[in-house]
Design a protein around this ligand. Structure first.
Ligand code: ADP
Ligand code: DP6
Ligand code: CO
Length: 348
């Protein structure tokens, strides 16, 4: 190789699940106990941006997240780097010495990190995608490696409507994400994010779901009796662009997920009073409008993600502005997201 330094920069979007992933059957491979389904947002809205520099002269591997150094020895980062390098070595996709060089990773999220807005999804999708660019694995399947960083990240590799099937194999080879429909299938479906609280959650998703698997009774019922039917109805609703069905399943699944969090012992309380107010107001809004115009869903955090059709964005925004005027107690910020195809850009 002529040069002694290589650099790539990529961006990756978050995805917001409408059927939630919650619970693992294998912690180290990150294999889930249920299928999940999500919508990938546009990288123009919530995204992670990651720069990786590989240099023959670097003496250490370094990871910086939002300006602060992270432990590079972190098991998840290690697993992603090792898997990508193993694949590159096997395929001979890049010069051997490049795989020996140390790397410096710098990543930033343009939205709150670890606050229940899927930063681990965009973050690990971006990390793995950037590594794949660096080692020239451009056409390779990388969703399974992103999954080993954070489960939800395997869905952010694809745009549009994405399902992650849990799989049944012990080695996780069939625990894969795939696109149910591209974003262009339903271009007038929009997302509004209401930031209720941007601080770091007290119980991270990883430890929260591990606790649920051990202590919740309800989680078993959900996995066996609810999720399979919901995946089926949701897929159909997406295919038919049936917003009312899409909204109903989305809201029911969010509510059941948070019921499981409360059924966990000690409980994981992610939603707060403002989150619950949002839920009540949305049901009231849909009732008075005479049709379901908006659906809420909450990840492991207090912040609301609202799905709605483009024609209703203005009306819903003015309603939200009316109920939550921006005072210090109940402030809500709005980010408008349109699901698009997965994008990345190499600025070098
Ligand atoms: P969230 O609800 O935001 O996904 P999680 O508890 O699932 O919260 O995960 C948060 C963790 O994900 C962070 O503490 C960090 O370890 C990791 N993470 C977030 N953003 C990035 C990023 N851009 N690059 C690498 N890792 C990230
Ligand atoms: C509530 O993917 O963050 O957002 O696999 O342990 O990293 P790890 O967990 P993570 O869990 C996401 C949980 C969720 C629902 C979802 O995105 O499906
Ligand atoms: Co997460």
């Amino acid at each position: 190789m002529d040069s002694t330094q290589l650099s790539v920069t990529c961006i990756a979007p978050v995805n917001i699940a409408v059927i939630k992933y919650w619970g693992k059957r294998n912690e180290s491979l990150i294999l889930p106990i249920n299928d999940s389904l999500s919508v990938t947002l546009s990288t123009a809205d919530l995204c992670s941006k990651t720069k990786i520099i590989a240099d023959a002269k670097f003496t250490d591997n370094v990871m910086i997240l939002n300006g602060k150094e992270e432990n590079f020895e972190n098991e998840r980062i290690q697993r992603c780097v090792k898997e990508i390098k193993a694949r590159a070595a096997e395929l001979g996709s890049c010069p051997k010495e490049l795989l020996e060089w140390k790397i410096h990773i710098e990543s930033e999220n343009n939205f709150p990190t670890a606050a229940g807005l899927a930063s681990s999804a965009s973050g690990y999708a971006c990390l793995v995608y950037s590594l794949a660019q660096l080692y020239d694995l451009k056409k390779q399947e990388i969703s399974d490696i992103a999954r080993m960083g954070s489960g939800s990240a395997c869905r952010s590799i694809y745009g549009g409507f994405v399902q992650w099937q849990k799989g049944i194999q012990l080695d996780g080879k069939d625990s894969i994400a795939f696109q149910v429909a591209p974003a262009s299938h339903w271009p007038d479906l929009h997302v509004l994010i209401l930031v209720v609280n941007d601080s770091k959650k007290k119980i991270g998703s990883t430890s929260g779901m591990a606790r649920s698997v051990v202590t919740s009774e309800l989680i078993k019922y959900r996995v066996e009796k609810c999720v399979p039917q919901r995946i089926h109805s949701m897929t159909q609703a997406i295919k038919d662009r049936d917003f009312s069905k899409f909204a109903e399943v989305t809201m029911k699944d969010s509510n059941q997920f948070h019921a499981i969090c409360l059924d966990t012992f000690p409980p994981c309380v992610y939603m707060n009073d403002v989150s619950h107010e949002i839920v009540n107001y949305i049901h009231e809004f849909n009732r008075t409008e005479g049709e379901t115009k908006v659906a809420y869903t909450f990840d492991a955090g207090p912040n609301a993600c609202l799905y709605l059709l483009e024609k209703n964005v203005k009306r819903v925004l003015s309603f939200v502005n009316h109920i939550f005027p921006n005072d210090n107690q109940k402030s809500a910020e709005y980010v408008r997201g349109i699901p698009v195809e997965y994008e990345s850009e190499d600025v070098n």
